[in-house]
Design a protein around this ligand. Structure first.
Ligand code: SAH
Ligand code: SF4
Length: 351
């Protein structure tokens, strides 16, 4: 009996040990698994027939037993300057996720998704507004990267940085997110250094502690956006569960345990969290911590009334933090003309 295509394992869901076990169960030697692994993650082959160095029988077995495509690129949008590319992917169950490529002079950064939708319900976020659909598998996270890596390879370029800042809360899908990073970090395969990854979290305190205990080299960013409980809870329901003081305590423990610099994300909403007083309150909260603040004007969404701060107000906020000794960078959103804000394209798709 032949299995339905959807029931075949997605090859990117397998780690090297699992792939080795599978290949051996087909009566093949273990070194074949390593060859397949390198075909996927070094050569970036995306179908069984591309594995021409392998015997035809093994290629046929791979095609019959494994899926090489879990994501179908349904919409590809390029920004007017061509430097930002956003792709809407359809999953086999009809869910939609998005990933974005941002080209800089010497960097190619991917912003990828960890879930379809998100359960955290942040009011200003297009993904939060659509609610939770499901976790992505590790392979579905990995495949977003391979898709862009193949695109870049044609230009003689490669992925240099990956941020988990697309749809979803990576620490709500902790195991699959970390498994995906491990797969992409594997020295015999894709081999992207751990320091090239950044996980962004809404602030799930137990997971921050768990992550700290693992002492990994992966960068961590915390979406703070407000420094008092009243405002933060009004924007981010998760704050009712893990209020600011508890979150900052976990952040301090993280820095102490790892010696790594934390990033705080702050989406500037005109007249809401962009005043000099709020900058001073934030500086007081972060005082003495090894950290850095990224401020970015809010990207407007349909279901949230706030607007992004002007560049002038963003600069003033940065200057206030700076004078209190907190390093801060103003980031301007890329790809606004292609709805590259988190969850915006998938929102359009769901309509
Ligand atoms: N769930 C994780 C990662 C995905 S969101 C998190 O919340 O950190 C990635 C970043 O985009 C977060 O800092 C999030 O707060 C921010 N973000 C979400 N909606 C935004 C919007 N409309 N404008 C600006 N930033 C936004
Ligand atoms: Fe989820 Fe992050 Fe959006 Fe909040 S900001 S709803 S945690 S994706």
């Amino acid at each position: 009996m032949t299995a339905l295509p959807e029931t075949k394992p997605l090859i990117y869901d397998l780690d090297l040990d699992q792939l080795t076990g599978l290949v051996q169960s087909w009566g093949e030697p273990a070194y074949r698994a390593k060859q397949i692994w390198q075909g996927i993650y070094c050569q970036l082959w995306g179908s069984a027939r591309e594995f021409t160095p392998l015997p035809a029988g093994l290629r046929a077995k791979m095609a019959n037993e494994l899926r090489f495509t879990g994501l179908n690129a349904s919409t590809v949008l390029k920004s007017s300057d061509g430097q930002t590319v956003k792709t809407l992917f359809l999953l086999p169950d009809g869910r939609a996720i998005e990933a974005v490529l941002m080209r800089y002079e010497h960097r190619q950064t991917l912003c990828i998704s960890s879930q379809a939708g998100c359960a955290m319900g942040c009011s200003f976020c297009a993904t939060g507004q659509m609610g939770f659909k499901r976790h992505l598998t590790s392979g579905e996270i990995v495949e977003q990267v391979l898709y862009y890596a193949r695109m870049l390879k044609q230009e003689g370029k490669a992925v240099t940085n990956i941020v988990l800042m697309g749809m979803g809360e990576p620490f709500h899908n902790y195991e699959n997110t970390l498994a995906a990073i491990d797969r992409l970090n594997h020295p015999d395969g894709f081999n992207l250094g751990a320091r090239r990854f950044t996980i962004s979290t809404v602030g799930l305190v137990p997971m921050i502690r768990k992550f700290a205990a693992e002492k990994r080299q992966i960068n961590l960013a915390i979406s703070l956006h407000a420094s008092d409980d009243q405002l933060r809870s009004s924007m981010m329901p998760v704050n009712n569960r893990y209020p600011v003081a508890e979150l900052i305590q976990a952040c301090r423990e993280y820095v102490d345990a790892t010696g790594r610099r934390l990033t705080f994300e702050w989406a500037l909403i005109q007249g809401v969290n962009d005043t000099p007083e709020q900058a001073r309150a934030l500086a007081a909260l972060l005082k003495g911590m090894l950290c850095h603040v990224n401020v970015i004007p809010l990207n407007p969404t349909h279901k949230f009334a706030g607007t992004g701060s002007t560049r002038q107000r963003a600069e003033a906020f940065r200057a206030e933090l700076d004078s209190a000794g907190i390093p801060c960078t103003v980031r301007m959103r890329r790809g606004i003309d292609i709805q590259a804000g988190c969850g915006q394209l998938a929102t359009e798709h769901g309509k």
